[in-house]
Write a protein that binds this ligand. Structure first.
Ligand SMILES: *[C@@H]1O[C@H](CO)[C@@H](O)[C@H](O)[C@H]1NC(C)=O
Ligand SMILES: *[C@@H]1O[C@H](CO)[C@@H](O)[C@H](O)[C@H]1NC(C)=O
Ligand SMILES: *[C@@H]1O[C@H](CO)[C@@H](O)[C@H](O)[C@H]1NC(C)=O
Ligand SMILES: *[C@@H]1O[C@H](CO)[C@@H](O)[C@H](O)[C@H]1NC(C)=O
Ligand SMILES: *[C@@H]1O[C@H](CO)[C@@H](O)[C@H](O)[C@H]1NC(C)=O
Ligand SMILES: *[C@@H]1O[C@H](CO)[C@@H](O)[C@H](O)[C@H]1NC(C)=O
Ligand SMILES: *[C@@H]1O[C@H](CO)[C@@H](O)[C@H](O)[C@H]1NC(C)=O
Ligand SMILES: *[C@@H]1O[C@H](CO)[C@@H](O)[C@H](O)[C@H]1NC(C)=O
Ligand SMILES: [Cu+2]
Length: 574
């Protein structure tokens, strides 16, 4: 500093460095930070319900590690498969603009990572904010290979709701005493229902209502007068869930990585695949209160896990602990009305900072029926499904056949014979979709690996129509690569004349997994501005396994910024 030399050189250098700093800072603000993670998929022992099993984990944890990022950040996740099963990972609720290569569903966007191999996922966040999650998208591995993915507002930005004192991921899961990886194969031999789980879990713990499981029950310690943000994820394979905290009202502020207009409720219905941001005010007399979940299972005659999981919200302080925590009343398992009474409150914020960009003009009208089907058994013995038949499921009467080579590479490299482009825009026959005693000849679907081609930037409306073909059910439908606005819903058969008149085009909720009501329909809208190959499927694992899925192939646009990115090097091989 004192020598003339330094004195002469320092000011311009400082200026340059300062400018460089500003430029870097700006670049950082625009592009977000890049965060690196290492995920090792392996087998780990798990002891609950008086029995020990090996389960698949990431980094030895169940649930797996929580990812944290800010809006617009990029995450690089290196995945090492040290398990004996094929694995892929999916970032549920993340749009992956122009980059289906890192989306994850096996044989749709990639070949699986085989045992001993590795693959690096690049996750570019865009408009997501709130809670999303990640899970395996291969076989039934997602039962234990999953975790929370929390996306905070950009630096300097705030939540559009009162600041919580603390934030707690609440991951609702499911556990089988049997090796879950063998369940779909075993069920496919008989053609019947897959075996039911033995427990539901909260943050990996079945909780004190199950035998030998009291120890380890998840406990949330709270201070009276404080506010907590629960980031609730339904990672269960086979059940939609009712969830409540005894004596406490909950305020819903977000869903699927999009904010909602806050509303209060005594319970929530969270479908499998969904995530919710929920405020809990610790405003009750100090005590222990159960936080509990059980199935919402609306299909007539179908089996479901009829157990309840519970954890504890415990107030700090000196007081007499009750012998057992207060327990919340939860709606009965078949309470479709209670489910609808909850979901009907969803509205997006539609503010300057969180606008609702609902497509008002539609150029691509699609109508998709969702059915559970039966097919003839080809074994010597009758199958164990209804009427001695084999279960199947379909969208527009097409049961999705998973190929043995991924659709994305087939598309990108022009490999013929992997898929067909004739997925129907509407069902082959119009019938009284939700009627009773439908004719038997509607039961059998057709089979195929069919995609629906969409033009880049098409303005799409899809009516998702549940049917009563074998039995009606509530279907949580998830679309990869997109979020969409749920502009309408109802029970019964969609009426194209009357129902659109009641659409909410002002502040409909923006979702990535929508519950199609039992024997009902939803209308969703989105702009097809993300080129690539994107799966749409029911998130009830058995329905997906039976074929309730289809694939969108969204074409490239004209500008370089509207084409899919080049494939990464070292894609897994089939
Ligand atoms: C399920 O069983 C059917 C009939 O036996 C067979 O054609 C099909 O390949 C099996 N699917 C799987 C995924 O094992
Ligand atoms: C569910 O379990 C309860 C007892 O916990 C029982 O009363 C009820 O009948 C069961 N319901 C079904 C549909 O299995
Ligand atoms: C729910 O199931 C019970 C029997 O378990 C039945 O009495 C009731 O009618 C059902 N409710 C609905 C809405 O289906
Ligand atoms: C299924 O089996 C029934 C009874 O054996 C037969 O009448 C029917 O034609 C079969 N359907 C198909 C699609 O093969
Ligand atoms: C369709 O099914 C519903 C429910 O069973 C029934 O009320 C209605 O009359 C049926 N409509 C026609 C046209 O058959
Ligand atoms: C589905 O397609 C099969 C085969 O063409 C047909 O028999 C059946 O009636 C169709 N079902 C519906 C619901 O369209
Ligand atoms: C997509 O369509 C909208 C509405 O027509 C238009 O405003 C927008 O410029 C289009 N975007 C691209 C990239 O073509
Ligand atoms: C794992 O993936 C490879 C490549 O696609 C495939 O050949 C193999 O059958 C898969 N293994 C299992 C158990 O599905
Ligand atoms: Cu379903």
């Amino acid at each position: 500093m004192s020598t003339p030399k330094t004195f002469n050189i320092a000011p311009p250098m400082v200026k340059i460095l300062w400018l460089l700093g500003v430029v870097l800072l700006l670049a950082k603000n625009v592009n977000g930070r890049t965060r690196h993670h290492k995920f090792v998929v392996k087998s780990s022992p798990y002891t609950r319900l008086c029995s020990t099993k090996e389960i698949l984990t990431v980094n030895g944890k169940f649930p797996g590690p929580t990812l944290r990022a800010r809006r617009g950040d990029k995450l690089i996740v290196r995945v090492y498969n040290r398990a004996k099963y094929n694995i892929t990972l999916h970032w549920h609720g993340v749009k992956q603009p122009r980059n289906p290569w890192s989306d994850g569903p096996e044989y749709v966007t990639q070949c699986p990572i085989q045992p001993g191999k590795k693959f690096t996922y690049k996750i570019q966040l865009s408009s997501e904010e709130g809670t999303v999650w990640w899970h395996a998208h291969s076989g039934w591995a997602r039962a234990t290979v999953h975790g929370a993915f929390i996306i905070y507002p950009k630096r300097g930005q705030h939540y559009p709701f009162p600041k919580p004192h603390a934030e707690i991921p609440i991951i609702l899961g499911e556990w089988w005493k049997q090796n879950v990886m063998e369940i779909p194969g075993n069920a496919n031999v008989t053609g019947g229902e897959p075996i039911l789980s033995n427990a539901l879990t909260i943050n990996g713990e079945p909780g004190y209502l199950y035998p030998c499981s009291k120890q380890g029950t998840f406990k949330l310690m709270v201070k009276q007068g404080r506010r907590y943000l629960l980031r609730i994820i339904n990672a269960v394979l086979e059940e939609d869930l009712f969830f409540a905290v005894a004596n406490h009202r909950l305020t819903i502020v977000g869903k699927d990585g999009c904010y909602l207009k806050p509303f209060k409720t005594d319970y929530i219905m969270i479908a499998t695949g969904q995530s919710m941001d929920v405020l809990l005010e610790a405003d009750q007399p100090p005590s222990q209160y159960a936080m509990s979940a059980r199935a919402y299972a609306s299909a007539f005659g179908a089996g479901f896990d009829n157990t309840s999981t519970a954890s504890i919200v415990e107030y700090h302080g000196k007081y007499h602990r009750p012998t057992s925590p207060h327990s919340p009343p939860l709606p009965p398992y078949n309470a479709t009305k209670a489910a609808a009474d909850f979901t009907k409150h969803y509205r997006t914020l539609a503010t300057k900072h969180h606008p609702a960009n609902v497509p008002l003009q539609v150029d691509t009208h699609l109508f998709f029926t969702l059915s559970v089907n039966l097919i003839n058994c080809t074994r010597d013995k009758p199958c164990t499904g209804p009427l001695g038949k084999r279960f199947s499921a379909s969208v527009n009467n097409v049961s999705f056949v998973t190929p043995s080579f991924d659709l994305l590479q087939a598309y990108y490299y022009g490999i013929k014979g992997v898929y067909e482009e004739d997925f129907p825009r509407k069902p082959p026959y119009e019938f009284n979709y939700t009627g009773e005693r439908l004719p038997f000849n509607l039961l059998t679907p057709t089979f195929g690996t069919k995609v629906m081609v969409l033009d880049y930037n098409a303005s799409v409306e899809i009516i998702l129509q549940g049917t009563n073909v074998l039995a009606s059910d509530h279907h949580p439908i998830h679309i990869h690569g997109y979020s969409f606005y749920v502009v309408g819903w109802g029970f019964g058969k969609f009426d194209p004349k009357k129902d659109p008149l009641r659409y909410n085009l002002v502040n409909p909720p923006e979702e990535t997994t929508v519950g199609v009501p039992n024997n009902g329909w939803v209308a969703i809208r989105f702009r097809a501005d993300n080129p690539g190959v994107w799966l749409m499927h029911c998130h009830l694992e058995r329905h997906q396994t039976w074929g309730m899925g289809m694939v969108f192939l969204v074409k490239n646009g004209d500008s370089p910024g509207s084409r899919i990115l080049r494939p990464p090097r070292h894609l897994p091989k089939c």
